[in-house]
Write a protein that binds this ligand. Structure first.
Ligand SMILES: [Zn+2]
Length: 297
């Protein structure tokens, strides 16, 4: 049998599970060329339904390409990649709780090689092999979304750490001032400032201390009351040229840069790849400027 160039890629999210055939031999960096036969199903809340949904997604790919040899799975949570056990951060994924040996179960059921990986790690490896970091051996991927995720590839290999929990860069502490509580229970993590939620909190702070004139100008554009201002309203006001929104977005860039500087100092990667829903609001030349250390003669 001729080895198939296709593997099956599966992404497990809190509300949906997606799968696609991935052309592992393709040199294209266009996801549309790399992936085909995109399939999607809701994420079940119970373990058996969860496994069954995975098997259904796999079967649909094998119908399209019978000779696939491997399955790669990305999921939220800390993943013990030896056995495919998902630990922690499973609040949104009750179905995966109690699945002790995902890798073994799926390999037994399908006869295919299975590898499960934390989603931020998988994203970093994907960018390194087939995306913005192609051709590089040392990259850090930073995902700016509702939270902040990071994944590290060094010397061409994933850095998973001693307990599979490396790359939790979103929880690098930025200060000791107990200003903002983080989702992890600690204070002032990078994520509490650099995420979309972080920008919204920054906006609230600026609105509270703004002059009534500046506040009214901002709220007139956003069409919301001060307590309802979130990321979307800041972006809309910024696009409309509102100076207070620009101040908020400038502060957010400074917060993003603080964590990036920690990453740069610790790991000296060839590139930091920035993705996630908030990446579209990044002013990259500005971020580059404030992240790089100032060099003096
Ligand atoms: Zn945290």
């Amino acid at each position: 049998m001729i080895a198939s160039p296709y593997s099956i890629g599966i992404d497990i999210g809190g509300t949906k599970m997606s799968s696609a055939l991935v052309d592992t031999k393709s040199q294209s960096d266009d996801p549309k060329q790399l992936m085909s036969n995109f399939q999607e199903l809701p994420t079940p809340k119970d373990s058996e339904g969860f496994i069954q949904t995975l098997l259904t997604l796999i079967e649909r790919q094998r119908e399209a390409s019978p000779n696939v040899t491997a399955i790669g799975i990305s999921t939220a949570g800390t993943v013990d990649t030896r056995i495919g056990k998902v630990m922690g951060a499973t609040g949104n994924l009750p179905g995966i709780r109690g699945v002790e040996n995902l890798k073994e179960r799926l390999e037994a059921a399908t006869g295919l090689y299975v590898h499960a990986e934390n989603d931020a790690n998988a994203a970093a490896y994907g960018e390194c092999r087939a995306g913005a970091g192609r051709g590089m051996d040392d990259i850090v991927m930073v995902t700016l979304g509702t939270g902040v995720g990071t994944g590290i590839v060094m010397n061409g290999k994933m850095i998973r750490g001693g307990h599979f929990a490396a790359g939790e860069g979103g929880h690098i502490p930025l200060s000791n001032s107990q200003e903002r509580k983080c989702t992890c229970g600690r204070w002032d993590c990078w994520e509490a400032f650099a995420s979309g939620t972080g920008l919204a909190a920054t906006a609230q702070k600026y609105l509270a201390s703004a002059s009534s004139e500046d506040r009214e100008l901002f709220l007139a554009i956003s069409g919301k009351s001060a307590s309802d201002v979130h990321t979307h309203q800041v972006i809309e006001a910024y696009k409309a040229g509102n100076p207070l929104a620009k101040t908020m977005l400038d502060a957010w860039h400074q917060h993003v840069a603080l964590g990036l500087r920690a990453v740069l100092n610790l790991l000296d990667p060839e590139a930091i790849v920035i993705g996630g829903g908030m990446a579209q609001f990044v002013d990259f030349p500005k971020l580059h400027d404030i992240t790089r250390p100032q060099i003096h003669d």
